[in-house]
Design a protein around this ligand. Structure first.
Ligand SMILES: Cc1cc2nc3c(=O)[nH]c(=O)nc-3n(C[C@H](O)[C@H](O)[C@H](O)COP(=O)(O)O)c2cc1C
Length: 277
């Protein structure tokens, strides 16, 4: 049985989740949403199962994912699913995807899951590190195994009642979605920058270029914070809420720069490309 999973990731949690599910299902193609962002028209995969795996941003899905969902035709799939990775609260993002599919295609996802993984937004909360981070990842691994089993057996799983998450989304997602693309203006780079260009390489939106050896952000930001977390000398800061100075950096332990580069242009190597940094 063939499965296609469309994924988006900033710091690797969602890619790790997609890979875990793909590994359990077998015969699964992982397709980066970022690689399709600039292609026109509908995307209607021919596969038995079609899924989306992505992070929660401000109680909804990243803008690039919402735009992709508008183009994703589910009519040829026998079973459809979404998995959102989040730091703590985000079931509303699954309702958002269901809303997009219902409105355009009068179809809802057959199954919708949320999984807690390490947070990656330091302006809001300090990031879990060390043993705490390992514990969160360990629990997520178990949960992802259960999710893969549910998908494998074709179980129907509605997103679940989530009044607080949906209220939060009603309050914060609109301003987030309206402002995300221009959020590059909120980043700064210090003199510690070595001009290595990692930030530009890992940006899934292709929103960064090096100008005179320093990163410059354009107007296609997704606020995924990959640039911030991958900078090898922590020269990048984000000036929102409590800021990011001394507030930790995170990326999933299995994520490589090569994975992020692959996200923009080609199918992610599966099952593992950890040999390529
Ligand atoms: C801009 C932004 C907003 C976020 N908003 C939420 C949120 O509303 N709820 C939540 O539980 N986590 C939130 N997070 C945390 C991420 O959803 C979580 O760490 C996710 O697993 C990251 O996935 P990734 O590693 O695939 O990018 C946010 C992260 C970012 C960067």
């Amino acid at each position: 049985m063939k499965t296609v999973i469309y994924y988006f990731t900033g710091t690797g949690n969602s890619l790790a989740a997609a890979r875990k599910i793909a590994g359990a299902l077998g015969e699964t193609e992982l397709v980066p949403i970022a690689s399709l962002a600039n292609t026109p028209g509908p995307v209607t995969p021919t596969a038995d199962r079609v899924g989306i795996v992505c992070p929660v941003y401000d109680s909804g899905v990243p803008v690039m994912v919402a735009e992709f969902a508008e183009r994703l035709g589910l009519s040829r799939a026998n079973y459809t699913f979404a998995v959102v990775t989040m730091a703590g609260m985000g079931v509303a993002a699954l309702h958002q995807l269901n809303g997009i599919f219902s409105k355009r295609q009068n179809q809802k996802l057959d199954a919708a899951f949320a999984v807690t993984m390490p947070g990656n937004f330091p302006p809001l909360a300090r990031l879990p590190a060390g043993e705490k981070c390992d514990r969160v990842l360990g629990k997520a691994d178990i949960r992802l195994g259960e999710i893969a089993q549910a998908i494998g057996s074709g179980r129907a799983v509605p997103p679940g009642f989530a009044p607080v998450s949906r209220l939060l989304k009603a309050l914060i997602y609109g301003p987030f979605a309206a402002g995300a693309r221009g959020a590059g203006e909120r980043f700064s780079v210090s003199d510690a920058c070595t001009g290595c260009g990692t930030c530009a390489k890992v940006c899934p939106a292709g929103n960064l270029t090096l100008v005179d050896g320093r990163p410059a952000w354009a107007q296609q930001c997704e606020l995924c914070c990959a640039c911030l977390h991958f900078c090898p000398v922590e020269a990048i800061q984000l000036h929102m809420m409590r800021g990011t100075e001394g507030r930790g950096r995170y990326r999933h332990p299995d994520l490589t720069v090569a994975d992020m580069v692959a996200q923009r242009g080609q199918k992610a190597p599966f099952p593992d490309n950890s040999a390529v940094q």
